[in-house]
Ligand binder design. Sequence first.
Ligand code: 4AD
Ligand code: MG
Length: 445
Amino acid sequence: MSSTEATKNNQADSPRIVRISDFKNQVGKEVRLQGWLHNKRSSGKLQFLIVRDGSGFAQAVVAKAAVPEAAWTVAEAMGQESSLELTGRVKEDKRAPGGFEVDVTGLRAVQIAHDYPITPKEHGTAFLMENRHLWLRSPRQHAVIRIRHAVVKGVRDYLDDQGFTLVDTPIFTPAACEGTTTLFAVPYFDEGTAYLTQSGQLYNEANAAAHGKVYCFGPTFRAEKSKTRRHLTEFWMVEPEMAFAHLEDAVKVAEGLIVSVVERVLETRGEELKVLERDAAKLGHVKSPFPWLHYDDAIKLIQSKGSQTQWGSDFGGTDETVIGEAYDRPVVVHRFPAAIKAFYMEPDPERAELTLSADILAPEGYGEIVGGGERMSSAEKLQQRIQEHNLPEEAFRWYLDLRKYGSVPHAGFGMGIERLVTWICGLEHLRETIAFPRMLYRIYP
Ligand code: 4AD
Ligand code: MG
């Protein structure tokens, strides 16, 4: 217990501060609850307060006969999102939101609020985004962020348990990793221009040669001019990288990771999935093995469903949806043409125009969640690629060194957390999966 908590809890005769998530262990006991008024209705001599405290929602019943007059008056005066502290006895009540109810014995307002902009009625998305700092308190947004937390923890636990070492990679970088068209430039002292990282992969490759199996997990930036429901300009990506590994090894880790994270969410975030009205049965299909689909066959598949996309092009959002919808679990699309992939991809030894690359597409039309593959291990070929892609050779000197001193086959992938959470939560748009999304037309709040 912290010292402030101790002082608070030592107030004479005052019951312990308890969080709503712990009510199940407090039935029949007198507790103190600190939170905000989510909603209120009254019927004569009773006022029903729905209180949220960050850990959950609970109904607090204020009976005029059971509380001091001041408490009754305060309950009447409090508008939505007033902050408050109450004492009362915890009861189990299956009908109450959250399953518990508190019979209030004392109540005080910390701050009385009025005219909270987000009322229980429907609001448009533009309005909600403008009020994102408040929207985060709503039950659905609360549920999404809690699922995101479970996903992040699931990712870390899985990789840590598999023997990966977390090595953080820089955010300021001297050059592009995923193409030069989506770079955010930042003035960097006398060094000229730095760029916000598009991926930690290149540094991860150095880290993998030091630690064998590594991952980085942080924010990445893409100056994507695309205004779609799948693109943020700032998103979080987990990127595992392994030495002495091939494409199949990387995909195996990605598959194990996705299966384990989905299982974790089903086990620990059932309540939140219910709030989101997510069909959890669909997530139950997410089991190994994932199907593999060669790029050639993926093109045939989408063309058979009416796509105009030709061999040699990247898939559009609709193409990804069509491919993903053909399976009940994520599908591994592999061996994309070199011409549409990043400079570092290892060519397919059997067909030089293809790469040892793979994207994993989520089912239900959610599109790409993972991109990765095997990295070029020959210094000569890599240098040639850097030139072909018009990349500044000087900035990649260190990267070429990795191919000169103990080069090994190595592979890895990146998984976008917001894309994964969007699919797991069954959302329309990935903007709800991060507290403060950064998009082409939004940087406030
Ligand atoms: O396919 P991408 O561009 O791959 C890389 O960056 C590799 N260097 C990763 C690696 O091999 N270490 O991005 C990987 C994933 C995508 O599959 C997607 O989930 C996510 O990052 N992503 C985005 N998420 C949100 N908004 C965007 N603009 C995204 N761009 C990519
Ligand atoms: Mg990709």
